[in-house]
Design a protein around this ligand. Sequence first.
Ligand code: UGA
Length: 451
Amino acid sequence: MAQQVLLRGIIMNISVIGAGYVGLVTAACLADSGFNVICADCDREKIENLKKCIMPIYEPGLESIIKRCADKKLLKFTTETSEAVQFSDAVFICVGTPEMDDGSADISQILNVSREIAQNLNGYKLIINKSTVPAGTCRRIKAEVGNMLGRLDEESEFDIVSNPEFLREGRAVEDFIRPERIIIGVESARAEEMMRRIYHKQIQLGIPFISTGFETSEMIKYASNAFLASKISFINEIANMCERCGADIKIVSKAMGMDSRIGPEFLNPGPGFGGSCLPKDLKALVCMGKYLGYTPEMVKSTIKVNDRQKKLVLRKIRKAVRRLKNKTITVLGVSFKPETDDVRESPAVEVIKGLLKGGAAVKVYDPRALPKFKKEYHSLDIDYCTGKYMACINSDCIVIMTEWKEFTNIDFSILKAIVKTPVIIDMRNILDPEQARKAGFRYHGIGTGRT
Ligand code: UGA
């Protein structure tokens, strides 16, 4: 059993408000490292399910940690924020900051939770914001809690900490346990000391712990996501130019990545970045710029290139099959990336809608994301298949949208026997073009081979 973490001689109690991706992973991993954790969410069904160990998301490794910690009674779930706050020494805010109509981040859930925390202060609390928020939000939380206490005639002590997360979906547990850095924005030594206790395991592992101010910490998160996104849009532009001049993006990006100033990660071209973070955070950063009286041109271009990239897939399909009407198109992969069932902002969604609009019949398969996709897009008339080969029967064109491992070892001889027309559009460059061509397929990757 993990050694329990003590605060003034007793086990430290932590509450996590919000049982989404970030909240659940945070709650589970903290419980697993020896804290008493209670996780609150206002979604009754989600909490009832979690109490029975039924997961709301697919995230590798998460279910077993939750089971283990729930069995040891180190992790509990509740729908009552008040109960969670009163129980804890430290409260993590992990609620959503959805996109508003103008693209800015809606921080109303954070402010509501802050007020609830203030109403339930029963002694000193460390209030840690993990949600992605525009610079200035932690200062606002501090003012909000302070004002609320004033109105309640309370004098309880509290500290605010900004602690952005850098969890990648599909690798979130690993990223929590062994992050590349821990960032905190603090204004008191007491708060910093408690944060060091919370992350004692990571600090023991030698993981850099950067303590800075609120705004700097909040900005690090947006800047990191915007930079990652700009790498993707950049490589997508280069890939599109490679196609036109006959260069090979695979070799171009590999060679670029060998320059230590560039680095090899996030240089894979594809159908554009999706997910619940990069698209939303970039728009929020542009809005933050408006508020600050500055236009972040590179961020704006990154978004523009990504929008264009998503449309490129349909153009490639149209070019390969000529007319969409009455054609059967197979889409392999609907999640925005592998190892997750998340379909938010997935480029596959736009492609499928465009195919249907053009009169094509669409067959889809994804190893994990079909239930979520079906629930979210139930009005779309598509054929959901239970396996990759089944989805390819009678197909006029196979489009690989997500680089799931099981798509990398497709048997071309089986495929050739079941498709109507042997065409593959590989938007992730995961197949061997030579093998595909040898098997009789017309193969189109991205950024490889003149089009
Ligand atoms: C992203 C960041 O990577 C995390 O560090 C951050 O914590 C998280 O957002 C967040 O803000 O919460 P995530 O959205 O899970 O994580 O996904 P990524 O792995 O960043 O991928 C985003 C998109 O970029 C995917 O659609 C992926 O297919 C695409 N991508 C990624 C490429 O097209 N090419 C690449 O080389 C890499």
